[in-house]
Every structure is written in C-alpha cells, then in structure tokens.
Design a protein around this ligand. Structure first.
Ligand code: MG
Length: 299
C-alpha cells in the first residue's frame, strides 16, 4: 500500500508563492494547485519528498495557478540525470548523418542503449531562460524527451517488474551543445552546460500515461519541429531500466530521459541552431507543455 498513490493519475508540481516553496496537486480545470502540508525543507525537494513518504500528506487551501511560479518538479536531482541517446529510429539516422555523432562508427542505430548523463545543476523550470553562451558553444540545439522518475530503487530489475519501480513522468528538454558533443567523444560536457535541462511544467504519476501510445511534439517559435509517439522508442522503458540497473543500483528520485525523436536542429540542412529569443515548447499528451526561451549571455 505504500506506493498506492502512484496509481492515482495525479499531476504534481513544485512551485514558489510569496517567497515560500510548496508541492501540490495541479487541478488544471479549476486553475489551482492544492498544496500538501510539508515542511519548508521537504517542499524544497519537490516530488522527491512525496516519493520518500510513499503516501500523500494532508492538503491545504488551493492557490490560483496565476499566483505561483512553477519550479522543476525535481528542482535538484540527487545525482546525474540518466539519458538515452539515439532512441528513435529516424533521429538515430539524422544524428548519424550530422557529422557530430562520435558514436556513428558503430552504426546509425545502436545495438544496445546508449546511456549518458547530465549533471543535476543543469535543471531549470518551465519558463526559465536557457543560456546561450557563444564563447562556449555556437551550436545549441533542443531535444524533446519524456523523462521517467524512479519511485522504488533497485538493482537487477527485470523488464517484467520495471514499471513497479516507476513513480511517474515529466518532460525534459535535453538541450545540447552540438559542437561540444562532437568535439569530445564523451557527451557529458555538451549535455551539461548550465541551464541545459529544462524540466516540467510538473510531473504526473505513472498511471497518467499510456506509455505505449503517447504523443510528443516540439515547437520552436510555434513552428512544429518534432512530432512522434513514445510507442516508437527503440529501447522501451522496461529495457532502459533493466539495462541501467543491471549493475547500477537505481535510487528513488532518479530521473531517466528516454531520448528524442527526429526533427532536432542538426537534422536540417543547413542546421537550425537556437538563437536568442527562440522559444522551445515541448508538449507530451497527458502531461502538459514545457516552454523555455533562450537568451544570450555576453562575456
Ligand atoms: Mg537526448
């Protein structure tokens, strides 16, 4: 019964209002968030505080969504965010052809999942700015992705049991400096530039989505760039969880970004990198829309 509330199909947000951080249930039709009764210390951990408890805390008075600023559902992951590379067929081909794929020699479509990570300090919220620092990279690109939030840790998790370990889902933009991804055979630097992991707008518990058939779309300045379905993942969520946990113990609160479909900036000829003022909006059916504007910083 400890994990019972994961099945409720809830939308759960971390937010700030009047200088205080809260965690609450989003009721979109009423335009409110219903805060849970949590200490300030717990609330600062976002949905991790609920995962640790296993059950839902008492609720407080609803707050209008217009009176809150959303924070990332997991404002600071406990450790690096796990990510899967080249996990949609058409994207694997567009990336392999781009010249930035240091793994291309192994073939466009990987035989085994490509797992890399982003440092936790990259996480920013819905509507936060993402920084383009042209002295570090001149090839900043977007990647719309479904992310899994682990609820129950474990090692050697079988594909059959994998969903028992899933608490829920959110959206991430796996922002990437393509030039740095190509320059260094390890992707960590190109993936971990400051602000390169927008996450949100909130998280949903696992029964909110039909993971075999969930639409994912990405617009840049209202222009549709990516449109696919999570049913088209090359390596599905049970395979990803089994692969990572075979020898790496997964922990409650771990975040796994599952890969991006075709239509990223390097898929175009010539490439269409992000520039100051661009707004990237990622929509996943059953979750919502994550939007961020890209801004230059000058050094
Ligand atoms: Mg990615």
């Amino acid at each position: 019964l400890v994990y019972y509330f994961w099945r409720f199909g809830l939308k759960i947000a971390t937010f700030r209002t009047n200088g205080a951080v809260g965690v609450g249930e989003i009721l979109e039709d009423r335009g409110v968030v219903v805060p849970f009764d949590l200490s300030a210390e717990d609330a600062a951990r976002g949905v991790l505080s609920l995962i640790d408890r296993g059950a839902l805390p008492d609720r407080k008075e609803p707050i209008s969504l217009s009176d809150v600023t959303l924070l990332a559902p997991v404002p600071r992951p406990l450790r690096n965010i796990f990510c899967v590379g080249k996990n949609y067929m058409e994207h694997a081909h567009e990336f392999s052809k781009s010249g930035f794929d240091s793994s291309a020699a192994a073939g466009a479509v990987p035989k085994n999942p490509i797992i890399f990570s982003k440092v936790p300090e990259t996480v920013v919220a819905h509507q936060d700015d993402v920084i383009i620092d042209s002295s570090a990279s001149e090839a900043v690109d977007y990647e719309a992705e479904l992310a899994v939030i682990i609820g129950k840790g474990g090692r050697a998790i079988s594909p059959e049991n994998a969903f028992d370990h899933v608490w829920g889902y959110t959206i991430v933009n796996d922002v990437t400096a393509r030039d740095l991804q190509g320059k260094y055979s390890q992707w960590l630097i190109g993936k971990s530039q400051d602000t390169f992991c927008p996450m949100g707008p909130w998280a949903v518990t696992r029964d909110s989505l039909d993971i075999a058939n969930t639409a994912i779309r990405c617009h840049v300045n209202k222009e549709l760039r990516q449109e696919s379905n999570t049913g088209l993942l090359i390596f599905d969520i049970p395979t990803i969880i089994a692969t990572i946990s075979a020898g790496v113990t997964l922990m409650p609160g771990d975040v796994i970004a599952t890969g991006t479909p075709a239509g990223v900036g390097i898929g175009f000829e010539p490439p269409r990198y992000l520039k100051a003022g661009d707004e990237v909006s990622i929509e996943i059916e059953g979750i919502g829309t994550l939007s961020n504007t890209f801004r230059n910083i000058n050094r």
